[in-house]
Design a protein around this ligand. Structure first.
Ligand code: PLP
Length: 387
């Protein structure tokens, strides 16, 4: 039996499989320090759970419009305006089963065979695979620690060809933790506007920014950028709602309508009562977001400072998300080999950078309790000494 050719170049998510391996080891009673997680270790705040429970009790268990309930789309439009300076009508917002589905839908709606999509590396590993599933070609633009893992407008321009259809910007970034400034985004947006290249802006880590860092939506930097951008966001990271599977996007009308159509023929609406939880997340107190961010910040400082003391490891201080990239090139082994040996010898799980397109680094997530972070870094330090 032959599978569809579109699957030829697709590999399953390495981050999900390493995280599952770490969780399985822990379930067997092994004292694993899991730095592979891509989800907050906090519980979903009570008021959000209560709103979803209330919706269930009120029998809000039927289909909704495929793009989501109007109240939620209105709340998202309000959020976009208030927090991001973006004007989207509620009808140009599509709620989906996670930011992942929003990205997938956007790529499916906009790119096809023969198109190229520019992706700065290290990248979130699903982008190139989504592009390939759409029959298009990812064009990877390497970035360096020296430039805080950010693609410049010149890098972008240098990677463009007549086939370029879209560029993907992920700020704050996974796995880099880097955050683009308004000026950097404006320069990229101006290049995109010259050739009418679409921008997929994945802003799922928006609320997790540290120090004086400000998150900026690229769609807000110029009117032309607004007309070319699909802005993706969601509830997973800011509200610890990964399992709820809820994300959303705002897009120019024509694209939003196409995405609504795709969704109406694939998943239909995201879970109805979960949408009411999301409505509470957006419209009630945001203190829970601040509290989680503050806790992440304490861990970020600790992890970054400790990594700086480990012989032959160097790291870039992230300004956003909950990951740190550590350079392991001085050990002279592949990132996969390093991560495998670290897990088998010390039960510390990290993600090898090759999963994100860079074999010189590993990704450590600080979405783990402080005791686990301390213990895991002790083990990492001892492991590095033995190499
Ligand atoms: C950059 C990025 N975008 C999107 C997602 C998916 O988020 P969701 O859980 O809303 O599908 C993730 C999850 O790890 C991510 O890191």
């Amino acid at each position: 039996m032959e599978l569809a050719p579109r699957l030829t170049h697709i590999t399953p998510s390495l981050t999900l499989s390493i995280d599952s391996k770490a969780k399985a080891l822990r379930a067997e009673g092994v004292a694993v320090c899991n730095f592979a997680a891509g989800e907050p270790d906090f519980e979903t705040p009570e008021h959000i759970k209560t709103a979803a429970q209330k919706a269930l009790h009120e029998n809000l268990t039927k289909y909704t419009p495929s793009a989501g309930i109007l109240e939620l789309r209105q709340a998202i439009a309000h959020k976009f305006k208030k927090e991001n300076g973006l004007d989207y009508l509620a009808t140009d917002i599509i709620v989906s089963c996670g930011a992942k589905q929003s990205c997938f839908n956007a790529i499916m709606a906009c790119v096809s065979e023969g198109d190229e999509v520019i992706i700065p590396s290290p990248y979130w590993l699903s982008y190139p695979e989504m592009v390939r599933l759409a029959g298009a070609e990812p064009v990877i633009v390497p970035t360096t620690a020296a430039n805080n893992w950010k693609m410049t407008a010149e890098d972008f321009e240098g990677a463009m060809s007549p086939r370029t259809k879209m560029v993907i910007i992920n700020s704050p970034g996974n796995p880099t933790g880097s955050v683009y400034t308004k000026e950097e985004l404006r320069a990229i947006a101006e290049v995109a506007a010259e050739e009418e290249i679409l921008i997929l802006s994945d802003e799922i880590y928006e609320h997790l920014v540290y120090d004086e860092t400000k998150h900026v939506s690229i769609a807000s930097v110029t009117p032309e950028a607004h007309d070319l951008t699909i802005t993706v966001n969601g509830f997973s990271k800011a509200y610890a709602m990964t399992g709820w599977r809820l994300g959303y996007l705002g897009a120019p009308k024509k694209i939003a309508q196409a995405i609504d159509s795709i969704q109406s023929h694939s998943t239909s609406n995201p879970c109805t009562f979960a949408q009411y939880g999301a409505l509470a997340a957006l419209t009630e107190s945001q203190q829970c977001v601040t509290d989680m961010r503050d806790e992440f910040n304490i861990r970020r400082e600790y992890m970054f400072n400790r990594l700086g003391t480990i012989h032959r490891i160097s790291a870039t201080k992230p300004l956003g998300a909950f990951y740190i990239l550590a350079d392991i090139s001085k050990f002279g082994m592949t990132s996969m080999n390093f991560a495998d040996r670290l897990l088998s010898k010390t039960n510390v799980a990290v993600i090898p950078g090759i999963a994100f397109g860079n074999d010189h680094v590993i990704r450590l997530s600080y979405a783990a309790g402080m005791d686990i972070i301390k213990e895991g870094l002790d083990r990492l330090e001892n492991f590095c000494r033995t190499l």
